[in-house]
Write a protein that binds this ligand. Structure first.
Ligand code: HEC
Length: 135
């Protein structure tokens, strides 16, 4: 009798620990490694780069990040954590290298675009994100 009661207690306890764990994980701020900050954008920031990046953004990123980058795309409703608001001060204050690192490596619902997009396309998207800055 005693054993079964304590195993039930352990069962409940481990369930609680798992619950708290997932909760904490969903809340943690996504931080890229410090080394990412020193990587600079090698892409020439011209009209053609921004134009093709916009096309990519609207088709591949907008479903979650929203057409204007506000993090309010149709798929965002179901996501936790929410897609980043690319117009926000927080994102705009982040270095190009850090944003590039996140786009390349991904986390959770934000998949890795390392193989899906070329280096050039990814850097173009970072340049495009800069144009979304809240005015
Ligand atoms: C399926 C939904 C989805 C799509 C599609 C998507 N993202 Fe994301 N993105 C997210 C979510 C969710 C986060 C926040 C992830 C987190 O904090 O764990 C995020 C975070 C980011 C971040 C990091 C912001 C920060 O500094 O914390 C960048 C940069 C980014 N996305 C760029 C893009 C670009 C560019 C595309 C298109 C190529 C894209 N994302 C497509 C869901 C998506």
């Amino acid at each position: 009798m005693k054993t079964s009661r304590s195993s039930i207690a352990i069962f409940i306890l481990s369930g609680l620990v798992a619950l708290v764990n997932t909760h904490v994980k969903a809340q943690t701020k996504w931080v890229s490694p410090a080394s990412a900050n020193s990587v600079t954008n090698p892409t020439e920031n011209n009209e053609a780069t921004l134009k093709s990046a916009k096309t990519l953004y609207v088709s591949m990123c907008a479903p979650c990040h929203g057409e204007k980058g506000k993090g309010d795309g149709p798929a965002a409703v179901a996501l936790n954590p929410k897609p980043a608001d690319h117009t926000s001060k927080e994102i705009q204050n982040e270095s190009d290298g850090s944003l590039y690192w996140k786009l390349t490596n991904g986390r959770g619902a934000m998949q890795s675009y390392k193989t899906q997009l070329t280096d050039k396309q990814r850097w173009g998207l970072i340049s495009y994100i800069r144009t979304l800055k809240k005015k």
